[in-house]
Ligand binder design. Structure first.
Ligand code: UDX
Ligand code: ADP
Length: 508
């Protein structure tokens, strides 16, 4: 490890970085810093020895396209992984705090406020072992004024506290595109105190990012604005998804198509076309947590209208997930007890194995509670993770043994679909678009249904193959029994019973 500054004043440049937390944020971020700054030694530390062992192995603990190659290139040269948190801290000029900040599950602010236990523990570790000049950077998403709490812990616990500068540098990477986002960020945000010492620390961190980020993309501001901007960015993105999902419900009840509406709306340059993909609901570790955090902050500031406004984004997301699950039950003749259903995708989005807050969890829990047997296939999510998510307290009303009985995971989608009544698409993995549905339907029970919760499949083709098809944001008017009528005008050929069934399908 390279020596860090032992003096009490700022070094000319950062030579050694320690990142506490080897997760979805700390892992990729530090790999890119090491890759772009060969003269800086980057050490990622974590209290979890299994995670560190995975970072030191050939199978990294997280899946991110392009990450493995970069880690392999830098590991052992200027990128190291260790469980020795104190040593990492002592040897660093700059320390990233990149630990998890989940929603509190206990005490004041339960279900809303961010749990800062891990951030506080990092602050105490730093206070206990660090000396000399240190820049301490909050990377984890934290509530506004968390930097002040960290500084206070330093002040109360470390004789060297006056040499520590606390900055906010929130991470905006999205999972599945982390490497591209880090290499080419829309902006890098650095917040710090606007004193000479604060500005000096901001300049040191700016110089790290300047290795690959253009100066006009590095935005500096005061600490509180930086902390709040992160929460607000995620709240705005989630709000767009909830907005388009709210409209998808209107589309399904009318003749409108959500893709066409999104296209029309997104072409307004003031609105823009991104984040208008209607879905079964948003997931991920950030959106819900950050909005709840914003709601809590608003409540604490005695701004109930502001709190309710943001809360509605989550209410709409919950509605979307349960609306989709209920539609599956209703279309499968109102009972799915003991029926096998294939679930395609369990991750909260494509190109990640992360399932945190995945809409698949609540949709699957609903189907299980209705008695369905689920054949789950996801290319990147492990069986243990799926079972642990579904058996987590409060997720599904069934006991663990029953869930384990009803859930089977599959290593390929064809075996997952065999002998099922329906395929339910819950993650937008690209591979789902090109599967051999012609072969698949032959192995399924009839009528065979597809419920496309991501609106990614070719529905016309699926219907041609004989699938009964439902998707988010579009109601198919075409008669589902058309194929059985040899192309003749179906209205004339339908029995009274099947006409009634078709009519019932169009009720939402
Ligand atoms: C998000 C922010 O994008 C990122 O800047 C922040 O640092 C962390 O939180 P992430 O949660 O990794 O990133 O993924 P994102 O691409 O934002 O997707 C979040 C959820 O919204 C996913 O479940 C995704 O499927 C869903 N989504 C996104 C939609 O349903 N429709 C869309 O149009 C976009
Ligand atoms: P994120 O998505 O924010 O990166 P993760 O849960 O993926 O969150 O990663 C956070 C990591 O931080 C975990 O691996 C956890 O073990 C680690 N961590 C939490 N608290 C500490 C601590 N006090 N010291 C070291 N590592 C910690």
């Amino acid at each position: 490890m390279s020596a860090c500054s032992t003096e009490n004043k700022a070094p000319e440049s950062i030579r050694s970085i320690c990142c506490i937390g080897a997760g979805y944020v700390g892992g990729p971020t530090c790999a890119i810093i090491a890759h772009k700054c060969p003269e800086i030694t980057v050490t990622v530390v974590d209290k979890n020895p299994i995670r560190i062992a995975q970072w030191n192995s050939d199978k990294l603990p997280i899946y991110e396209p392009g990450l493995q190659e970069i880690v392999m290139k830098c590991r052992g040269k200027n990128l190291f992984y260790s469980t020795n948190v104190e040593e990492g801290v002592v040897n660093a000029d700059l320390i990233f705090i990149s630990v998890n900040t989940p929603t509190k599950t206990y005490g004041a602010g339960k279900g809303r406020a961010a749990d800062l236990t891990h951030v506080e523990s990092c602050a105490r570790i730093i206070a206990g072992c660090a000396s000399g000049y240190k820049v301490v950077v909050e990377k984890s998403t934290v509530p506004v004024r968390a930097a002040a709490s960290i500084s206070e812990i330093f002040g109360a616990n470390s004789p060297a506290a006056s040499n520590f500068q606390v900055l906010s540098n929130p991470e905006f990477l999205a999972e599945g595109t982390a490497v591209a986002d880090l290499l080419n960020p829309d902006r890098v945000l650095i917040g710090g105190s606007q004193t000479p010492a604060g500005l000096e620390a901001i300049a040191l961190l700016t110089a790290v990012y300047s290795h690959w980020v253009a100066p006009e993309r590095i935005v500096t501001m005061n600490t509180w604005s930086s902390e709040l901007s992160k929460l607000v960015s995620n709240a705005f993105l989630a709000q767009r998804v909830s907005s388009i999902n709210a409209v998808s419900a209107i589309c399904e009840a009318t003749g409108a198509d959500i893709s066409e509406v999104a296209e029309a709306v997104g072409r307004d340059s003031r609105i823009g076309s991104k984040f208008l993909q209607a879905s079964v609901g948003f997931g991920g570790s950030c959106f819900q947590k950050d909005i709840l955090n914003l709601v809590y902050v608003s409540e604490c500031l005695n701004l109930p209208e502001v709190a309710q406004y943001w809360m509605q984004v989550i209410v709409m997301n919950d509605f979307q997930k349960s609306r989709f699950a209920k539609k599956i039950v209703s279309r499968l003749f109102n009972t799915i007890s003991n029926k096998a259903i294939a679930v395609f995708g369990f991750a909260f989005k494509k190109n990640t194995g992360d399932t945190r807050e995945s809409p698949a969890i609540s949709v699957c829990a609903h189907l299980l509670e209705e008695g369905a047997r689920l054949n789950i296939y996801d290319p990147k999510v492990e069986t243990e993770q799926i079972l642990s998510d579904l058996c987590h307290p409060g997720v599904c009303a069934l006991p663990r043994e029953r869930i384990e009985n009803l859930v089977t995971t599959h290593a390929d989608p064809h075996s997952a679909a065999a002998n099922t009544h329906a395929i339910v698409v819950l993650t937008e993995w690209d591979e789902f678009k090109t599967l051999d549905y012609e072969k698949m339907i032959k192995s399924m029970l009839r009528p065979a249904w597809v419920f496309d919760g991501r609106k990614i499949l070719d529905h016309e083709r699926l219907m041609d193959l004989g699938f009964y098809t439902e998707c988010i944001g579009h109601r198919y008017q075409r008669p589902q029994f058309y194929d059985h009528c040899n192309g003749h005008a179906p209205e004339l050929l339908f029995s009274e019973k099947s006409k009634a069934f078709r009519a019932s399908r169009q009720d939402n």
